[in-house]
Design a protein around this ligand. Structure first.
Ligand code: HEC
Length: 119
């Protein structure tokens, strides 16, 4: 009797563990997905304002404005979020970053990452 209960307890423990592992993987996959589901075509459509400073193909013609073509996608997401939160501050860049949603940031980053770095 005691043994049966013990076996049952172990079995339900395994099921619970499996459930926790599955749920944890799903959460992890969700996080990773969120960072990489940017739509480059939507990003191109949202980049008109950015192009005024960063150039039509992500290559800037102003020496103090950085190129964005071929920029690493994850880096760009972090940079834009840093401007938006105020962690990174720049007079030219901050007002534009403040208007961006998470989706805008993902789309714009996917777009610029897809451009050839040489223009
Ligand atoms: C008025 C000009 C201007 C506009 C418009 C502008 N930027 Fe910027 N951007 C800058 C300047 C200047 C910097 C460099 C700021 C610094 O030194 O931190 C910069 C920096 C950046 C960086 C960081 C680059 C790096 O190498 O760290 C990213 C990413 C960026 N801009 C994306 C965008 C996007 C996306 C848009 C459109 C929503 C945009 N910018 C609109 C002027 C502009």
């Amino acid at each position: 009797m005691k043994n049966k209960n013990a076996i049952r307890a172990v079995q339900s423990g395994h099921t619970l563990l499996l459930l926790v592992v599955v749920m944890f993987s799903m959460i992890l996959a969700g996080c990773i997905d969120q960072e990489t589901t940017g739509d480059a075509i939507a990003g191109k459509n949202k980049s008109t304002i950015c192009a005024q400073c960063h150039g039509a193909n992500g290559i800037s013609i102003v020496p103090i404005y950085p190129n964005l073509a071929g920029q690493k996608e994850q880096y760009m997401i972090l940079a834009l979020k840093a401007y938006r939160s105020g962690e990174r501050v720049n007079m030219a860049m901050t007002p534009h970053a403040r208007k961006l949603t998470d989706e805008d940031i993902a789309d714009l980053s996917a777009y610029y990452a897809s451009l050839p770095p040489g223009g």
